[in-house]
Each structure stands twice: as structure tokens, then as C-alpha cells.
Design a binder for this molecule. Structure first.
Ligand code: GTP
Ligand code: MG
Length: 370
């Protein structure tokens, strides 16, 4: 339980500790050989080596992250792909998503409803795609570390007038660690300084080789601002989705992930979540991180009220007792009493571990002052 060092992990994987450390640094974790790793880091590293890890946590009522998904093949139904847009600051992620949505939002829905949910669904040729923008990089890193359960496909946006920048590399690394398909969108091709070949050349250094150069990475040239190449990008997304045929079982209690959450003056705690398994319904009792609640109202990204939301649907919900954290797992339970009990136990545990950490800091402080 949480007591595996970098050295232990390296031994287990039959790898050199220095190699594992290098990988960790690559993923943004500064590590030494004796450092204890948390579950997320272990999963990321093992995943990177293509090793399946079975997490064995003592069976407790509150360890719902480990609840097994045992769906029969015949219960699985196709669901929209979840596509995350990542890339360096100002390379045009939000503009790209805005353009895609404007192209596809039907007349009646375009009204002035505030749409600050970071997740959107569009429909192309009767096929839905769920998009996640990555505004705060922090929130996204958290989601990645949660085991990358959220994204099916990653779109790496690179500005053709700029090039591969630190967060582009970080995004590539996250997508690779998560093992999800990557589509490169070379953006801002309307700019006179745009140099698409240079971007492609740079990308080959990260093993992302365009198909026309003999590789297997899809590159799409777009201008988010001038709406060039968007249809092509959407077609490529649907193609990847068709090949992978993403599925989920809609006929069970919902499991979701919190995308973002905040305290709204009028509505109280509000969470924007992405339903991943099952179907979420009004009145469902749930746990989100350490919080619990009962779904009071549910609104989709177009501001429309929903009674239920199936797999790959992003929704905004009210009915929480507190504000959960971005990346928190969300799960429906049979009744509110059970949900409350689990949330309570989780917050007590968290407080205990925080207190433990604080005690140590205090002691250190003491010694350093002697
Ligand atoms: P962060 O969320 O801060 O990481 O940035 P972002 O990647 O979402 O970039 P954003 O969409 O906010 O765009 C940054 C700037 O680039 C804005 O001024 C956009 O108008 C501009 N921009 C985006 N796409 C294009 C494009 O295709 N062509 C041109 N010329 N400008 C673009
Ligand atoms: Mg943005």
C-alpha cells in the first residue's frame, strides 16, 4: 500500500533504476532511487513499459476506484469518442474548439447561454464527438495522473508559425503514457510565417511521423481562425473512433470524472463531469472525491436540462454538499446514506493523512531551529 520505492519498481520491471528515474523526470516527477512512489506514478511508469499492473488495495468499502468493471460483451454499446485538445499556450486550442462548435451547433442552440463547461459535444453526420479543452494545465495533469481514464484520442495542436514548445512535448508525453492515439493538428496555416514541413520534421523527433513520410501519425493542417481544414480534422477523428469502436455499458449506475467544479453564488456547489460508464439520472445519490450528494439538476453543454446522461456525455450538475476537485472520481451508489458514509470515511482518512504530514513538518521545523 503506497510503499514502493523507485528502486523496488525498477527491480519489479527488470529495468535499470536510472532508466526509471529518467522516465519519471520526463513525466515531470523529480525522483531519487529511494523515493516512495504513489499509485499514479507507478501506473504511469509501468504503463509506459507496456506492463499491466493489478492494484491490490485492501478491500474497503470506500476504495471505489478499484471496483471492477465486469461488463458482458453484449451489454456494451458504442459511445462517442472523448477527444482532448492539448498543446502549448496560445497555439490555438480554444479557438479550434470554438470554430468546431460554431460549425456544428445548430441554429436554435446558438443562443446566449453561458457555456463555460470545458467539455462539449458536437454532432457530425449523426455521429457525436465529445471534446475536452485543456485550459488550466494543472487540472489536466491531475486527470492524466488519474490513470488517463478520460481521453480516448488526443489532439496535439501546434502553431505552424511557432514550433514544438515545452508544453507540446509534455502533451505528447502524457498522450504516450496514456497509450491513446494522437492526431497532430498543425494550426495557424493562414499565417505567412507558417512552416508546416518544419513542424512535421520536428515531430519526427518524438516518433510522430506523418503518413506521407512513411509513418502512421495523422497530421491535419488547419486554421482555427479561418476555419480551414476543420472538416478534415473531424473526419480523421471519426475515422480513429470507428477503428477503435469505443464502447460502454449504459445500463448501470453511473461512474464519471469531475472535469471542473466551483461554488456558484446562486446554485451552490456545481460540478462539470464527464459520464464514462452507466447512465446518470436526476435523483441519483453519489460520491465525488470526498463529497457526496444527490443529483438535483443536470444541464448539458448547450444549456439544456437533461433527465439522464449516458456514457461520454459531459454535464453540469447541482446537488453537491461541497465542491469536489478536478479529476475526482464520481460514482453513484444505491442510496444517499451509503454515499454519505463513504464520503465521510474518505474525508476522515484524508484529514488523518494530512495531519500525519503536518506532524512531520512540525518536527522538522523544530529540529531546524535547535
Ligand atoms: P491557452 O488556453 O492559453 O493554452 O491558449 P490556446 O491554445 O487555447 O490559444 P487560443 O485559442 O486562445 O489562441 C491564441 C491566439 O492565437 C488568439 O489570439 C487566437 O486568435 C490566435 N489563433 C488561434 N488560431 C489561429 C489561427 O488559425 N490563425 C491565426 N492567425 N491565429 C490564430
Ligand atoms: Mg485555451
Amino acid at each position: 500500500r503506497g510503499t514502493m520505492t523507485v528502486g523496488d519498481l525498477a527491480k519489479l520491471l527488470h529495468k535499470d533504476a536510472s532508466e526509471v528515474i529518467k522516465k519519471l523526470i520526463f513525466l515531470g516527477v523529480m525522483a531519487t532511487i529511494n523515493q516512495e512512489l504513489d499509485m499514479d506514478a507507478i501506473l504511469l511508469i509501468a504503463g509506459d513499459y507496456g506492463v499491466e499492473v493489478e492494484v491490490k488495495i485492501p478491500v474497503e468499502e470506500d476504495s471505489f476506484e478499484t471496483v471492477e468493471e465486469t461488463d458482458e460483451e453484449e451489454d456494451l454499446v458504442s459511445r462517442p469518442p472523448v477527444v482532448t485538445i492539448m498543446g502549448h499556450v496560445d497555439h490555438g486550442k480554444t479557438t479550434l474548439l470554438d470554430s468546431i462548435r460554431k460549425t456544428n451547433v445548430t441554429g436554435g442552440e446558438a443562443g446566449g447561454i453561458t457555456q463555460h463547461i470545458g467539455a462539449y459535444q458536437v454532432e457530425i453526420n449523426h455521429k457525436k464527438i465529445t471534446f475536452l479543452d485543456t485550459p488550466g494545465h494543472e487540472a489536466f495533469t491531475l486527470m492524466r495522473a488519474r490513470g488517463a481514464q478520460v481521453t480516448d484520442i488526443t489532439i496535439i495542436v501546434v502553431a505552424a508559425d511557432d514550433g514544438i514548445m515545452p508544453q507540446t512535448v509534455e502533451a505528447i508525453n502524457h498522450a504516450k503514457a496514456a497509450g491513446v492515439p494522437i492526431i497532430v493538428a498543425v494550426n495557424k496555416i493562414d499565417k505567412p510565417e507558417a512552416n508546416v514541413d518544419k513542424i512535421k520534421q520536428e515531430m519526427t523527433e518524438y516518433e510522430l511521423v506523418p503518413e506521407e513520410w512513411g509513418g502512421d501519425t495523422i497530421f491535419v493542417e488547419v486554421s482555427a481562425k479561418q476555419r480551414i481544414g476543420l472538416e478534415n480534422l473531424l473526419e480523421m477523428i471519426l475515422l480513429v473512433a470507428e477503428v477503435n469502436d469505443y464502447k460502454a455499458n449504459p445500463d448501470k449506475r453511473a461512474r464519471a470524472t469531475v472535469i471542473e467544479a466551483e461554488l456558484d453564488k446562486g446554485k451552490g456547489p456545481v460540478a462539470r463531469i464527464l459520464v464514462q460508464h452507466g447512465t446518470l439520472k436526476i435523483g441519483d445519490a453519489f460520491v465525488a472525491g470526498n463529497c457526496f450528494g444527490r443529483v438535483r439538476a443536470m444541464v448539458n453543454d448547450k444549456g439544456r436540462r437533461l433527465k439522464e446522461a449516458g456514457p461520454s456525455t459531459p454535464v453540469e450538475i447541482t446537488g453537491l454538499t461541497e465542491v469536489p476537485l478536478a479529476g475526482d472520481p464520481f460514482m453513484v451508489f444505491e442510496d444517499e446514506r451509503k454515499a454519505r458514509a463513504i464520503a465521510d470515511r474518505r474525508s476522515i482518512k484524508q484529514r488523518q493523512s494530512e495531519m500525519g504530514a503536518n506532524t512531520r513538518v512540525t518536527l522538522d521545523d523544530l529540529y531546524s531551529h535547535i
